[in-house]
Design a protein around this ligand. Structure first.
Ligand code: GFB
Length: 311
């Protein structure tokens, strides 16, 4: 990838896409191509085909997706399936037809079976049934991985899939109903502290274990892979994470400490826990030369600073 190569970052306003844009600019890439949702509806095949034929990007980061936390994922199942299937299929097919040199396709760690052995190794994909709270989204993401590997096999394309773990950072969704746990709790603790609330609520039992990766670390990995590795070297996909997990209870305590909330934490057991444990094996990406750099307390502090400046 040259510094003036034309690079399309799909979903550049989102958590991942905005971090990729920051990273590419830092690295001196000058020819970045973006479209807002209002300018280009990625679920519309004709619109996507026209855009690719006109712009002819050489490299594509497929960061556009319909995403959300456990409640959104298990509620809006039709939207999560349809929109993600359409966005991926349209971009992958248009990339093939317009001779894109390389495409990067991020998936999600929820593609692994609910009861897979931990840490999650790449070879555990499709070895058992999925976690019901994110099955619709996971199937769309698995379909995108399989599309990439099928195009590579049949057409000789260079479409690389990666599986990031749970992400957080600036430009995340902080809506209390649809967001992921980390931004939701950051906001809840912030608001509870400001209002002087004696207690606040966390969903579920607190026992699930999750792994959290700061989004700028992911962007670093995505640009690194785009620059250095082709699909043939990666195989079907590679995990990207820190390799270590914490319970939701520990996360709550950490966030409360950073925000400075000293009231009581209560548990809302009417809300789902989801997958009992989700921690990835990152041996392969580490061997390829990438390692997460940002510790969880540091990443949360940066995210909290961004949140306070933004809201
Ligand atoms: O982050 P989260 O929504 O996603 O929830 P998943 C993680 C855990 O945090 C669950 C608990 O056990 C939640 O019950 N939790 C506690 C909360 N309080 C809250 C809260 O206020 N909001 C939220 N959202 N959770 C998603 C998948 O699963 O992970 C997606 O649904 C995607 O498909 C994403 O893959 C990365 O890790 O459970």
């Amino acid at each position: 990838m040259n510094k003036d190569s034309k690079i399309f970052v799909a979903g550049h306003k989102g958590l991942v896409g905005s971090a990729v844009i920051r990273r590419l600019k830092e690295q001196g890439y000058t020819n970045l191509c973006t479209r807002t949702h209002a300018e280009l509806d990625l679920t519309r095949q004709q619109n996507v085909d026209d855009f690719f034929a006109e712009e002819r990007p050489e490299y594509v980061f497929l960061c556009a997706a319909k995403v959300g936390g456990i409640l959104a994922n298990s509620t809006y199942v039709a939207q999560f399936s349809y929109e993600n299937l359409m966005i991926s299929a349209n971009i992958i097919n248009a990339s093939y037809r317009n001779h894109v040199k390389k495409l990067l396709n991020p998936g999600s760690s929820c593609i692994y079976p609910r009861h897979a052995r931990q840490p999650l190794k790449e070879e555990y994909l499709l070895t058992n049934t999925l976690e019901p709270t994110n099955e619709a989204y996971a199937i769309a993401k698995i379909a995108a991985i399989k599309l990439c590997s099928s195009y590579n096999k049949q057409y000789g394309t260079n479409f690389v899939s990666v599986i990031p773990t749970n992400l957080y950072g600036p430009y995340d969704n902080f809506d209390l109903e649809t967001s992921h746990v980390l931004p939701a709790l950051l906001r809840k603790f912030h608001e509870a502290k400001r209002s002087g609330a004696a207690h606040m609520e966390i969903w579920g039992t607190g026992s699930p274990i999750r792994e959290f990766l700061y989004v700028d670390d992911l962007a670093h990995a995505l640009v690194f892979i785009m620059e250095k590795y082709d699909a043939a070297a990666i195989g079907e996909f590679v995990n990207i994470g820190t390799g270590s997990g914490i319970t939701i209870k520990e996360l709550g305590e950490l966030l409360a400490g950073i925000v400075g909330y000293t009231g009581e934490i209560r548990w809302d057991a009417t809300k789902p826990d989801g997958m009992p444990k989700k921690v990835m094996d990152v041996t392969r990406i580490n061997r390829l030369g990438w390692k997460a750099q940002t510790g969880l307390p540091e990443g949360i502090a940066k995210t909290y600073q961004w949140y306070r400046e933004t809201y």
